[in-house]
Write a protein that binds this ligand. Structure first.
Ligand SMILES: Cc1ncc(COP(=O)(O)O)c(C=O)c1O
Length: 385
C-alpha cells in the first residue's frame, strides 16, 4: 500500500531509518553496532543526561512513587514533585505560574490552539519548529507566516490584520539553523502595539525556548539573554528534554494563562502525567543548572572553538549563533556522502534533509561534555572531507 511512496523516498535519498544506540549518555559519545563515535548530534547541551545526582534523584522517586503515573494530572497522576517543579520553573523564568506538559511537541500542539482561537490571528516565523506548525494547524485562528526573523515583514503583516487577539509565535533558537530570533525587536513591536490598544495585552508573544533554556541568558533562556522582562503578554514554552538532560516540557506564564491551559489544553487534559521519576530528574537538573554556572560557560567555550574552526575551513554555517552549527556541503547526495565520511572518522553527525529543512546540511551540536580534543578531531575530519 505504501511501497510506491517508500520507493520514491529511497530513490530521492530521503528514506529515514532508525539507528538505536548501545551506549548510555549521548552528549559526547555514542555506540552504534558496537562502534564508538564522538557524537555531535545530541541536544544534551550540558551533558546532564547521565549526571549521577540526576540518576540518584530519579531512583529515589521510583522507590517512593513507583514508575507509571497511572492517570492524567486532573485525575490522580500528579505528585508533590510535579507541583514543586512547576514552582521552580515559574521562579526560574520569572513568571507567576507554570504548567508541565509531557513533551515539547505536546506543549506546542496543545497550548497554541488553546491560546489562539477562532477570530484570533497567529503570526508565525516561517522556520518555526514542526510542533509549532502543527499547533497552528490545530488552532482555529487565522495563520499568517512571516519571513524568517524579518521584523519589518512581521510589523507590516500585524498592522494589516484584524483579530480579537494577535499572537506572535517564534522559536528563540531555531533548531536546524542555530540562529537566534530577533526577540528584542519582536518584544518592542508587541509593547508598542499593545500601548496603542484599548484592550490591554491583546497582542501576545509565545516563545518556544526549547533550545534557549539552559543555553542562553546564563541558562535562564532567551528573555534573560535579551534582558527582556517577562511581561504578562509573554508566554514561554521550554523543554526539559534538551539542555536539562531529562524529558518533558513546560509553559511559564501569567496565572490566568496557566489556569486557561489547565482547562482547555487537550494534550494536558487527555494524557497521562509524566512519571514522578522524570519530574525528580528535571528538578535535580534545574538545581545543577542554577548551581553550576561553569557548565554553561564550558558549553559556550566549546561552541566558540568549534565555530571558529569550521569558519577557518571556509565552510558555510548559515546563520548559526549557538551550539547548533549547520554545515552546508551540497545537495542531498553530497550531504549523505559527507556524513558517511565523518562516520568513517568515528564522528557521528547525521545529514538533515528535506522535508525537515529546505537546504540539506550536516547539523552539528556541540556540548559542554566535549573535550577540546573531540572538537579538534571533528575539525580534522572536516578538513579532509
Ligand atoms: C524548537 C523545538 N520545539 C519543540 C520541540 C519538541 O520538544 P520535545 O522533543 O520535548 O517533544 C523541539 C525538539 O525537537 C524543538 O527543537
Amino acid at each position: 500500500m505504501f511501497s510506491d511512496g517508500l520507493k520514491k523516498l529511497i530513490n530521492d535519498n530521503l528514506l529515514r531509518i532508525i539507528r538505536d544506540r548501545e551506549s548510555g549518555s549521548t552528549a559526547s559519545r555514542i555506540i552504534i553496532d558496537g562502534e564508538e563515535y564522538i557524537n555531535f548530534s545530541s541536544n544534551d547541551y550540558l551533558g546532564l543526561a547521565d549526571h549521577p545526582l540526576i540518576i540518584e534523584a530519579a531512583k529515589r522517586a521510583i522507590d517512593k512513587y513507583g514508575f507509571g503515573a497511572g492517570a492524567s494530572r486532573l485525575l490522580s497522576g500528579g505528585t508533590g514533585l510535579h507541583r514543586e517543579l512547576e514552582k521552580m520553573i515559574a521562579e526560574f523564568k520569572g513568571t507567576d505560574s507554570a504548567l508541565l506538559f509531557n513533551s515539547g511537541y505536546t506543549a506546542n500542539i496543545s497550548a497554541i490552539p488553546a491560546i489562539a482561537d477562532e477570530g484570533d490571528v497567529i503570526f508565525s516565523d516561517e522556520l518555526n519548529h514542526a510542533s509549532i506548525v502543527d499547533g497552528c494547524r490545530l488552532s482555529k485562528a487565522k495563520k499568517v507566516i512571516y519571513k524568517h526573523g524579518d521584523i519589518n515583514h512581521l510589523s507590516e503583516l500585524i498592522k494589516k490584520e484584524n483579530g480579537n487577539k494577535k499572537v506572535v509565535i517564534t522559536d528563540t533558537v531555531f533548531s536546524m539553523d542555530g540562529d537566534i530570533a530577533p526577540l528584542k525587536d519582536i518584544y518592542e513591536l508587541c509593547c508598542f502595539l499593545n500601548s496603542k490598544l484599548s484592550t490591554p495585552n491583546s497582542i501576545l508573544l509565545y516563545i518556544d525556548d526549547a533550545h534557549g533554556t539552559g543555553v542562553l541568558g546564563k541558562g535562564h533562556g532567551a528573555l534573560a539573554h535579551f534582558n527582556i522582562k517577562p511581561e504578562p503578554f509573554i508566554t514561554q514554552m521550554g523543554t526539559f528534554s534538551k539542555a536539562l538532560g531529562s524529558y518533558g516540557a513546560f509553559i511559564a506564564a501569567q496565572k490566568d494563562v496557566i489556569d486557561w491551559l489547565i482547562n482547555t489544553a487537550r494534550g494536558f487534559i487527555y494524557s497521562t502525567a509524566l512519571p514522578a521519576c522524570v519530574i525528580a530528574a528535571s528538578i535535580e537538573a534545574l538545581r545543577i543548572l542554577e548551581g553550576e554556572p561553569a557548565l554553561v560557560e564550558k558549553l559556550w567555550q566549546n561552541r566558540e572553538r568549534l565555530f571558529k574552526g569550521i569558519k577557518d575551513l571556509g565552510l558555510d554555517t548559515l546563520l548559526s549563533q549557538t551550539p547548533i552549527i549547520p554545515v552546508v556541503v551540497g545537495d542531498v547526495g553530497t550531504t549523505i556522502k559527507f556524513s558517511k565520511h565523518l562516520i568513517k572518522k568515528h564522528i557521528y553527525a547525521p545529514a538533515i534533509r528535506p522535508p525537515t529543512v529546505k537546504i540539506p546540511r550536516i547539523r552539528f551540536t556541540v556540548t559542554a561534555a566535549h573535550t577540546e580534543k573531540d572538537i579538534d578531531k571533528l575539525l580534522e575530519a572536516l578538513s579532509t572531507a
